[in-house]
Structures are given as structure tokens and as C-alpha cells.
Design a protein around this ligand. Structure first.
Ligand SMILES: NC(=O)c1ccc[n+]([C@@H]2O[C@H](COP(=O)([O-])OP(=O)(O)OC[C@H]3O[C@@H](n4cnc5c(N)ncnc54)[C@H](O)[C@@H]3O)[C@@H](O)[C@H]2O)c1
Length: 255
């Protein structure tokens, strides 16, 4: 083990106040990492931080907008000094602004690009310095099966496909410094984001999930822990020879 002053490595999980990010933060803490729980609003991170601490882990709640370069730099600086140099980064923060192409506004497009693509770029650029200093690092980016095309998600699909190219380039550039970069691409996972989608379609979550599950080979929708497990693998010590890969975690080849 190298890394934080507490003798354990430090991870940052963005968008970790809820959903997949919260589950991933808790999983990485259980794996032995100190975890920065980053989200738009520091107060919203309290639940995740308390869950980690009550399970015996170490966590720090940090408020920052990942699409804002200055906020990203100060968040990463604060994490490095208060928790230890971040050598694991999970770019999970995300938003949707779904609409059919002819109804999609420029703001719908720009918002999704800003959070997913610009956010992952800014966070990776700020954190890589600490990984290179440590000669060890893991970057895991959250894509989606939407990268393969999804009605009503031209903006989100483009961003999630873009993240795959971004990750492969990080893998090429950073490999010689002991840093890997990989993608976890979930299918449908129960979270606030997908509950909001069901609601927008005028469906109860249970009906929506049951119908979608019929098209998923394993016969169920995903849970946040399914995704956290895949992220944990890419972040692990033993995954150092796995880089530039895209792992679909979708209950089938492309649910
Ligand atoms: N839930 C799914 O079915 C699913 C499927 C595929 C991919 N994903 C991806 O997984 C990730 C997590 O999704 P989720 O379902 O847990 O979403 P969620 O909406 O439940 O949580 C997303 C979190 O990101 C935070 N966030 C949004 N914009 C931010 C910003 N600019 N800066 C910092 N934090 C910000 C939100 O405050 C929120 O806490 C997203 O990237 C999403 O696109 C989700």
C-alpha cells in the first residue's frame, strides 16, 4: 500500500451523494480506500459519508461542480491535503436531458456534454498528477449501454460514447506511469435517475422495471451494487494489466 498519510490509498467518486456513485464510494471504502464523496452540494454527501464512517471506513464530503475547472482544482487540492493524494478516480457524476432530436435544445445538449465529458476531462486532468507522482493510479469512467444508441438520448449517447474514446486515450497516455483507465457501461440500474425516467413516461417504477426486465437476459434490472462491484475490480491492485477496456454491466451483451 502507498498513498494517503493514513496508510491507505485515496479514491474520489464523483456524483457520490446517491445512486451508483454512493454505492461505489461505499464499496471502495469497504475495499480499504479512503474515499472523497464528491457531489454538487457538500450537504448532500452526508448520508454517504456517514454510511462509510459507520462501517469503519474513512470518507470526506466535498461539494464541487465537475464541469467547473476552478471548483475541480480546489476540490482535488483539498482532497489531497485532507485525505491523501487521490490515486483512484471514478468519474460517475451524470445528468440526463432526454428529448427527441427535433425537440432537443442547445442547453440540453451543452449540459449533458459539460457534466459527462468536460467533467471527466477536468477531474482526470487534476487527479492524474497525484497518480503519476505515486507511479500508480486507476481511472474508471461511467459510460452506458446508451453509447450504442438510445431513442431520446442523442446528447447522452454521444457523451457516453465519447467517454469510451476518452478513456482509451488515457489508457494509452498514462499506462507507462502505472495508471490504468477503464470504462464500466451499465444497462438499466434502479436509481433516482431511472426512477425519474419512469415517472416522465407516466409509469410506476415497478411496472417499468418489470417490462424492461423482459428484454434483459438475466431477467432483472440492475442494482447499484452490481455496478460498484465492476468498478471495484478495475480499481483493484490485481487489475493493473487491464486498461482501455469497456465492460458492459447490463445483464446481457447489450440490454
Ligand atoms: N442508472 C442507470 O440506469 C445508469 C445506466 C447507465 C449509466 N449510468 C451512469 O451512471 C452514473 C450515475 O448514475 P445514477 O443513476 O446513480 O444517477 P443519479 O442521478 O442517481 O446520481 C447522479 C449524481 O451525480 C451528481 N451530479 C450531477 N451533476 C453533477 C456535477 N456537475 N458535479 C458533481 N456532481 C454532479 C448528482 O447530484 C447526483 O448525486 C451517471 O454517469 C449515469 O449516466 C446510469
Amino acid at each position: 500500500m502507498t498513498g494517503s498519510t493514513a496508510g491507505r490509498r485515496t479514491a474520489i467518486v464523483t456524483g457520490a451523494a446517491r445512486g451508483i456513485g454512493a454505492a461505489t464510494a461505499q464499496r471502495l471504502a469497504a475495499d480499504g480506500l479512503a474515499v472523497a464523496v464528491l457531489d454538487l452540494d457538500e450537504a448532500a454527501t452526508t448520508g454517504t459519508v456517514e454510511a462509510i464512517e459507520s462501517a469503519g471506513g474513512r470518507a470526506l464530503g466535498v461539494g464541487a461542480d465537475v464541469s467547473d475547472a476552478e471548483q475541480v482544482q480546489s476540490a482535488v487540492d483539498r482532497i489531497a491535503s485532507e485525505l491523501g493524494p487521490p490515486v483512484v478516480l471514478v468519474n460517475n457524476a451524470g445528468v440526463t436531458r432526454d428529448n427527441l432530436l427535433f425537440k432537443m435544445t442547445e442547453s440540453d445538449w451543452d449540459t449533458v456534454m459539460a457534466v459527462h465529458l468536460r467533467g471527466s476531462f477536468l477531474m482526470s486532468r487534476a487527479a492524474q498528477k497525484h497518480m503519476i507522482d505515486a507511479a500508480w493510479g486507476r481511472i474508471v469512467n461511467l459510460s452506458s449501454t446508451a453509447a450504442l444508441g438510445n431513442r431520446g438520448q442523442a446528447n447522452y449517447s454521444a457523451a457516453k460514447a465519447g467517454l469510451q474514446g476518452f478513456t482509451k486515450t488515457l489508457a494509452v497516455e498514462l499506462g507507462k506511469f502505472g495508471v490504468t483507465a477503464n470504462v464500466v457501461a451499465p444497462g438499466l440500474v434502479e436509481s433516482d435517475m431511472t426512477r425519474a425516467t419512469a415517472e416522465r413516461l407516466g409509469r410506476s417504477w415497478d411496472d417499468y422495471a418489470a417490462e424492461r426486465a423482459k428484454g434483459i437476459p438475466v431477467g432483472r434490472v440492475g442494482q447499484v451494487a452490481d455496478i460498484a462491484h465492476a468498478v471495484s475490480f478495475f480499481a483493484s491492485e490485481g487489475a493493473g494489466f487491464v486498461s482501455g477496456q469497456v465492460l458492459y454491466v447490463a445483464g446481457g451483451p447489450r440490454a
